[in-house]
Design a protein around this ligand. Structure first.
Ligand code: MN
Length: 401
């Protein structure tokens, strides 16, 4: 599909992340007014609450709310109808009465009320590289890894929107003569994509991969900040806990599954056939360039299609015990890493656990320092248009001993 031209000129410019083909959803406010739902188009935001109040579209009044959960709860038929209506209103021969706000004037908020947060571990390169550092070559890839998506239950309460500073945590660390209480000295990022679950499932009911795909509203950039020294001491046998609870940053714009449809892509080669409940009838990943920068220097670029499990497979597996899912559930993909060091989504891998420093703006670096700014980015390149995800940034604040 080529670029859909809009009467909002900035949306037609080459390289614009918010072409009419994209139309991501977010929550914004201007000045001190109440946060409400919007859609990005070029350098503007469609004020969806005002548009609904003017009778231009129908989302059951949910766009006046300060998060997208109400709209997501309406279900896929309404998601599709509103997207089609917005595309019509914004097309070249559309309705110029549609209320727009300059993006530069807006404050962007957390787009959803995050009801639950689970983080997975679905890049084979990342799982192998990290396993190598934590457990050695024999046990690098856990034996179940190629058979099921593994993850841990994270904290919804610690998810923040892009731009929120992240405080370096204090923690219990392994010392030479017993544990010590100290600032984390191995603070890291994790480059991930988060799937936003827009429809619930019932406790006791398993969801198939196909049904799971129908429940996913869209995707956000996600940085799973990680305290590696805390993690190394605490994580066996129940997995990460305080090392992953210091903050998780998500981007302000949810790119819908509909916008990503033209970029559907097969993932990594399978090492073995999956059990039937995890098999996909069509490719569930996307051809999406994704990467991160540190203090403005691009550190790594890779592709989301290096992943071994799709979000739909992760969601299906998540319900395999009968675990219910909620509107606003957030599923982190797991760190996205390609095989080469300049394709890795974490400093732990890029620096081989801190042994091989990297150069950032002329300085040798291993882990994150106070004042560092990490920014994630992702782009799908279409035929004459782009699908961008907006910013996903965070600056490290010093620890409070
Ligand atoms: Mn993670």
């Amino acid at each position: 599909m080529p670029l859909i031209r809009s009467w909002v000129d900035s949306a037609n410019r080459a390289g614009c992340p918010f072409s009419l083909n994209n139309l991501p959803y977010g929550v914004f406010s201007v000045g001190g007014d109440a946060p409400r739902c919007g859609a990005a188009i070029g350098d503007r935001i469609v004020d969806l609450a005002a548009a609904e109040a003017q009778g231009l579209l129908d989302a059951g009044g949910t766009f006046a709310q300060g998060q997208l959960n109400g709209f997501m709860a309406l279900g896929r038929a309404r998601w599709d109808a509103v997207r089609a209506r917005l595309t019509e209103l914004l097309a070249e021969d559309g309705d110029r009465a549609l209320p727009l706000v300059p993006m530069a004037d807006a404050t962007l908020h957390l787009p959803i009320r995050v009801t639950e947060y689970t983080d997975f571990y679905a890049s084979r390169n990342h799982a192998f590289n990290v396993g190598l550092l934590f457990r050695g070559p024999e046990n690098a890839l856990p034996p179940q890894w190629t058979h099921m998506p593994i993850g841990y239950n994270g904290r919804a309460s610690s998810v923040v929107v892009s731009g929120t500073p992240i405080r370096r945590p204090m923690g219990q660390l392994k010392g030479d003569s017993g544990p010590v209480w100290a600032p984390c000295a191995r603070l890291d990022l994790e480059l991930e994509l988060g799937a936003v679950v827009g429809q619930p499932s019932t406790m006791g009911c398993r969801v198939s991969v196909e049904e799971a795909e129908g429940m996913i509203f869209g995707y956000v950039l996600l940085n799973d900040w990680s305290a590696r020294d805390v993690q190394a001491w605490e994580y066996q046998p129940l997995g990460p806990f305080q090392s992953k609870a210091l903050g998780t940053t998500i981007g302000p714009w949810i790119v819908t599954q509909a916008a990503l449809e033209p970029f559907r892509s097969k993932g990594a080669e399978r090492a073995n056939p999956l059990l039937p409940y995890l098999q996909e009838s069509r490719p569930g990943l996307y051809d999406l360039e994704i990467g991160w920068s540190l203090n403005g220097q691009v550190m790594a670029r890779t592709n989301y299609n290096v992943m071994y499990y799709s979000s739909a497979q992760q969601l299906a597996h998540h319900t395999s015990s009968g675990c219910p899912m909620r509107v606003g559930d957030l599923l982190g993909s797991g760190t996205i890493s390609g095989p080469a060091p300049d394709q890795t989504g974490a400093l732990l891998e890029m620096t081989q656990g801190g042994k091989t420093p990297v150069t950032v703006n002329g300085q040798a670096r291993t882990f994150l320092e106070d004042g560092d700014e990490v920014a994630l980015f992702a782009t799908a390149q279409g035929d004459g248009y782009r699908i961008g995800f907006g910013p996903c940034t965070g600056t490290v604040l010093p620890a409070q001993p």
